[in-house]
Design a protein around this ligand. Structure first.
Ligand SMILES: [Ca+2]
Length: 383
């Protein structure tokens, strides 16, 4: 999600050494352009205050939880928002605009039994904090006294704060962090082995140290700029990461059997998408993952928002397709696996600042419009 103008990167990069010794450029993104197999649109808008997330608890209640950047989580049930908030963490936040505020929510896979949930947010110091909370016995709201901060990452700029969380097929909590912000990875956190910024982190929430000790997360992968939204395919367990780009390229990575793939490198800030960033040409991307899909800034947009692989029932033509969109343009794409390759196609454009997608208990998809609404996603065959 790109909410404010970012500093222009000063291209004060020196040309690298002789062409004969320069490493080859990164391989291109791998998905193949195809004729659209489905078109997407939205319907049934419900007003919400700067929504940035839509999350199901999968507790059988059929509730969809609307995460509002300014610090409330509200319940959408039967097409209507419940008045009383489910969660109110406004008092924890410093800034709650731009790219700061309440940024992510994940329910424990056994939330119905244990009431545990997890949030990502920027705290009063502007640091990137992750915390656990518990719902009251009937699961109708969160007990505010249950808050426990798991860890917070010192951050040096207002943008690129990650904040998303999701439980993986391994039962662990996966947390995506931004590179800290500014522009162009000024502190080189993306490739740093030490920093927790620019990473995909993992935490075993069944083995947390006793409070009040901070948790030390596992660095699962590096080389991310701002993995604002990512998701696990609920059928295959594949991890789909949409990493927001700098000034030119937005990218999607797919990781099969993610729990077994520890140590991946997604390239930033050596590469932006499948293109050299530092240095501008001849960068060495040896051992780095190649994005499956990318698009260039311009008419297609300027800030990618990752979605989900559709596993619902209402739209058979969409089953197995990953849906992804752009915050700036409202454009939507679909990507699907066909044999050994991936296909991609444009799948429509909506009047929304797409800040997030959501997957409800039935596997149907939703769209959050940061401008102030949440919508159902609908699909139909191309005319
Ligand atoms: Ca930041």
């Amino acid at each position: 999600m790109r909410l404010s103008a970012l500093p222009v990167v000063v291209a004060a990069l020196l040309a690298c050494g002789g062409a004969r010794t320069a490493p080859p450029p990164p391989p291109p993104a791998t998905a193949v352009l195809a004729a659209p197999w489905v078109q997407l649109d939205v319907e049934a808008p419900v007003a919400a205050n700067a929504p940035i997330g839509l999350v199901a608890a999968n507790d059988g209640s059929r509730r969809l939880f609307v995460v509002e950047q300014r610090g409330l989580v509200r319940v959408l049930k039967d097409g209507k928002l419940v008045d009383a908030p489910f969660l109110d963490v406004r008092s924890l936040l410093g800034g709650a605009d731009g790219e700061q505020g309440l940024l992510g929510l994940a329910f424990h896979p056994k939330f119905k039994d244990n009431g545990r949930l997890f949030i990502g947010y920027t705290d009063k110091s502007g640091n990137d904090a992750y915390a656990e909370l518990r719902a009251v016995a009937d699961r109708s709201r969160v007990d505010p006294t249950s808050l426990r901060v798991l860890f917070s990452i010192p951050d040096f700029a207002g943008n690129h704060n990650g904040g998303h969380l999701a439980f993986g097929p391994d039962g662990k909590l996966w947390l995506g962090t931004g590179d800290g912000g500014g522009g162009g990875d000024p502190q080189r956190t993306g490739q740093s082995e030490l920093s927790l910024l620019g990473k995909m982190l993992r935490v075993d929430v069944e083995a947390l140290p006793m409070a009040p000790l901070f948790v030390t997360p596992e660095r699962w992968a590096k080389g991310l700029r701002n993995p604002w939204r990512y998701s696990f395919d609920r059928q295959t367990g594949d991890l789909w990461i949409a990493d927001v780009g700098q000034d030119k390229w937005e990218e999607v990575h797919v990781v099969e059997r993610p729990a077994e793939q520890r140590g991946l490198n997604f390239g930033w800030s050596v590469a932006e998408g499948a293109h050299c960033f530092r240095p501008e040409s001849g960068c060495d991307t040896t051992g780095m993952a190649t994005p499956v899909f990318e698009y260039r800034h311009g008419d297609d947009g300027c800030s990618i928002t990752g979605g989900f692989v559709y596993r619902g029932k209402k739209f058979p033509a969409l089953v197995g397709s990953y849906v992804v969109g752009d915050y700036c343009s409202g454009r939507l794409w679909t990507i699907k696996r066909e044999g050994a390759r991936f296909l991609w196609a444009k799948a429509g454009q909506i009047s929304a600042r797409i800040s997030s997608f959501g997957e409800d208990e039935e596997g149907e998809l939703w769209v959050a419009d940061h401008g102030g609404a949440v919508h159902r996603l609908v699909a139909f065959l191309p005319r």
